[in-house]
Every structure is written in structure tokens, then in C-alpha cells.
Design a protein around this ligand. Structure first.
Ligand code: CU
Length: 430
């Protein structure tokens, strides 16, 4: 305690002493006939030299950090268009580095070179149109080139896929991804959020799923009605509050509206000349791994059940928002297998990954899906393997009611249904 106090007193006294010395110096300068703001040539030249020293330290630390942290970036792009993205990125780096190094060099070097010299007279240079033109047109042209190249690449990423592209749906919800493969016909079955329940997490439209969902809704309505009836029973016993009664009535009305919409949708489909139920027949899905085949182009269709998520494939330099109520798409072609990437990166544990890149809730940090790139033979073996994928058309014996999950999902779906149209949100081809 005593030592600390002494140190504090010494510091305070030292500051006062320095201030006093400065004051004495200023007063003595005044006595010699100098003005307070005058800087003598020695101090001036010292400052000029220090600008050069600062420049060296500044650039030195810049290159040092580049060497130490520059390797923390992603490994080489593993998709065809990812290489275009990296090329664009490198162009931007080249421009940024050139501008940064040249302007900062000139800034500090000129501060040194043109420091005060009593023998030199300043040149009066107020304005120059030619210079203004140069520093307007060159950055504008550079930006235009960057934007045009960027748009061209973006359009090729999000544009129409080639005819042999494999269509895969990525379905996002809090807090996981499900991949749905379109099967042999390469067409995804239609889907609608109103059909989402425990056995049909993606809301895929099949005749059976519609029937199951309608039966579930009927059951919920019936259960709620039974509870309501009990409330109004003749015994006069009050079994629930008025709030609960209102809630039950609302729930029954809501379920009734959803039922009507599903029936309307059902009618519009059976009248349709194309049997859209067929598309879903060969679809299969997985939550375990997104398996892709090397050199095969993929067209991804993204949907979300609840909030906006973002499907981010860092190694393929691809990212797309998953937005509730709409489909977004993105295509890319993986060009290195997982095994090849392990060798290229020298990391035996290397694994591709799909991440959520939108802060979508409490467990957002944990929302991801491993991605594997292999050969066609590996893929076929994987599909045939047990428990890797689940067919969309569930075996008939499976239990079809799961009320807790169904009610939780319906909450989000029903709210949306108040404002949205009844159109199914996911057709095989828009
Ligand atoms: Cu998310």
C-alpha cells in the first residue's frame, strides 16, 4: 500500500516537473525572440526522418502479419466456379495491395522529402482539371471492371444449370439441414409447408402424406372439441379458464382453415394433367452427410421452414440464403474428392462442410452438415448402405402420428398461411 502511494506521488511529480520544464523552455525561447510555434531546423529534420522510420515499421509489420496470418485462409477452391471466385478475389487483393502500398509509401516519403527547407519556396498549385479527371476516371474504371466481372461470375453461379445437373434440395430449419435427392427422375417432388409433420419433415406432397395430414388435423380438431364440450357440460364444473377456451376455439378455427387449404390444393392437383405425385416417389433424404460425386454438376434448391438461414459451403466458395416461403437456387460442380483434398491440404482429418451463415437462433453455432465428395461408385454404395438415406415414400407400416412435433411445426406454418397464397412452394421446375 505504502509503496503504491509513493509510486503514484512520484508519477504525479514527474508529470508536473516535465510540464514545468516545457514552460521554462517556452519562456526562454520567447526571451531569445522566437515565437512559440517556431520549430528549429534540427527538430524539423528529426521529425522528417521519423516519418521514414515509421514507414519502414508500418510496412514491415504489414508483411509480417501477412506471412503469419495470411495462411489462415481457406484451402484451394474445390468447385469449378469457386476458382473463378478466387481469381476475382485475387484481382481485388492485387488492386488493394497496389493502392495501399503506393499511396502509403508516397504519404510518408513526401512528408520526409518535402519537410521544411528554408531555401525552398512553396509552389502555389490550387487546382488542376486534368489531375481531377485522372483520379476520378481511373478508380471509376477499376470499380466498373470489378463489378462487371463479379456480376458475370455471379450470373453463371446462379444461372440455369446444364441438362445433366443433379437436383438436390437443401432444407433448413432450426437447427439442422436435410438434403433431399431427386432420385432417378432427377425431379424433386412438390412440397408444401402445410403438410409438414413428424413423418413428413419436408412437407413433401404425396397422396398418402395429404391423407395422413388431414387425418391428423381432424384428430386435433376432435380432441380440442372434446375438451371444449367438457367445459360446457351440464355438471356446471368449471374445468378451464376463459382464456384456454378462447385458445381452443382459435386452434379449431385455424386447423379448419388449414384443412380447407389442403383440400383446395388436393383438388387442384388431381385435376392437373401431370401426375405430380410421381416426382416424389423416388426422392430420398438424409441428415447425416451431403454426398456429392466429383465432376458432377449439382443444382441446389434451398428452402427454410422457420427463419432465414444461409447455406454456406466455404470450400466450394458458395453461399445462398434459405428463405421461408420461397425457393432459392445455386449450382456448382465439385472438382476434388474429400480424399484429394486431404492430400492437397496435408490434413488427414480434412472434411468439407455445409454451415449456416445467418444468426438464426440460440443453436445457430451448431447448425451444420458434413459434406463428402467421392466417386459415383462410392455414392451408389452409400445410397444402398443401411440408414444413410430415408426414402420419401415411407413404408406403409410406419406409425404416422406424432402430435407434439406436428403441433410445433404447424404454429409457424399456420401463421404464414394467413398472409401467403396457397400455392405450393416447391415444384420440380419453376
Ligand atoms: Cu441457421
Amino acid at each position: 500500500m505504502g509503496i503504491k502511494l509513493i509510486v503514484l506521488v512520484v508519477i504525479v511529480l514527474a508529470v508536473i516537473a516535465v510540464a514545468q520544464i516545457m514552460r521554462v523552455y517556452e519562456l526562454s525561447s520567447k526571451l531569445k525572440g522566437h515565437r512559440e510555434e517556431d520549430v528549429d531546423l534540427k527538430a524539423n529534420n528529426l521529425n522528417a526522418g521519423l516519418f521514414l522510420v515509421f514507414l519502414a515499421v508500418f510496412f514491415g509489420s504489414f508483411f509480417w502479419m501477412l506471412a503469419v496470418y495470411g495462411n489462415g485462409l481457406n484451402p484451394p477452391a474445390a468447385s469449378e466456379h469457386g476458382q473463378d471466385v478466387d481469381w476475382l478475389f485475387n484481382i481485388n487483393w492485387a488492386i488493394v495491395f497496389t493502392v495501399f502500398l503506393s499511396t502509403n509509401f508516397l504519404l510518408f516519403f513526401f512528408a520526409y522529402k518535402y519537410s521544411y527547407n528554408p531555401d525552398r519556396k512553396a509552389f502555389y498549385f490550387p487546382h488542376d482539371n486534368k489531375l481531377e479527371m485522372i483520379w476520378t476516371i481511373i478508380p471509376a474504371a477499376a470499380l466498373a471492371v470489378i463489378i462487371i466481372l463479379g456480376l458475370m461470375t455471379w450470373n453463371s453461379i446462379t444461372g440455369k444449370p446444364s441438362d445433366d445437373a443433379v437436383i438436390v434440395e437443401i432444407y433448413a430449419k432450426q437447427f439442422d439441414f436435410t438434403a433431399r435427392y431427386s432420385g432417378d427422375d432427377n425431379k424433386l417432388g412438390y412440397a408444401d409447408y402445410k403438410l409438414v409433420n413428424g413423418t413428413n419433415p419436408l412437407g413433401v406432397i404425396t397422396e398418402e402424406n395429404i391423407e395422413t395430414r388431414l387425418a391428423e388435423i381432424d384428430e386435433t380438431i376432435e380432441n380440442n372439441q372434446t375438451k371444449l364440450d367438457a367445459f360446457h357440460s351440464d355438471t356446471g364444473e368449471v374445468t378451464m379458464s376463459a382464456v384456454t377456451e378462447l385458445k381452443l376455439q382459435r386452434e379449431i378455427e385455424k386447423m379448419g382453415r388449414i384443412r380447407m387449404r389442403i383440400e383446395k390444393m388436393q383438388r387442384s392437383f388431381t385435376e392437373d394433367s401431370v401426375n405430380i405425385f410421381d416426382y416424389a416417389n423416388d426422392d430420398f433424404m438424409t441428415k447425416i452427410t451431403l454426398f456429392m460425386v466429383k465432376d458432377q454438376e449439382y443444382q441446389f434448391v434451398f428452402r427454410s421452414q422457420d427463419v432465414i438461414h444461409s447455406a454456406y459451403f466455404p470450400h466450394f466458395r458458395a453461399q445462398m440464403n434459405c428463405v421461408p416461403g420461397m425457393r432459392t437456387t445455386l449450382k456448382f460442380k465439385p472438382i476434388f474428392t474429400t480424399q484429394e483434398m486431404k492430400e492437397m491440404t496435408g490434413n488427414p482429418d480434412f472434411e468439407y462442410i455445409l454451415l449456416c451463415n445467418k444468426i438464426c437462433g440460440a443453436s445457430h453455432y451448431n447448425m451444420n452438415m458434413p459434406v463428402y465428395v467421392g466417386t459415383q461408385e462410392e455414392f451408389d454404395a452409400w445410397v444402398d448402405g443401411e440408414n444413410n438415406v430415408t426414402p420419401i415414400i415411407a413404408p406403409a407400416t410406419e406409425e404416422t402420428t406424432n402430435n407434439s412435433v406436428e403441433e410445433g411445426n404447424e404454429e409457424a406454418g399456420a401463421d404464414e398461411s394467413e398472409s401467403n397464397t396457397d400455392d405450393s412452394e416447391n415444384g420440380p421446375e419453376a
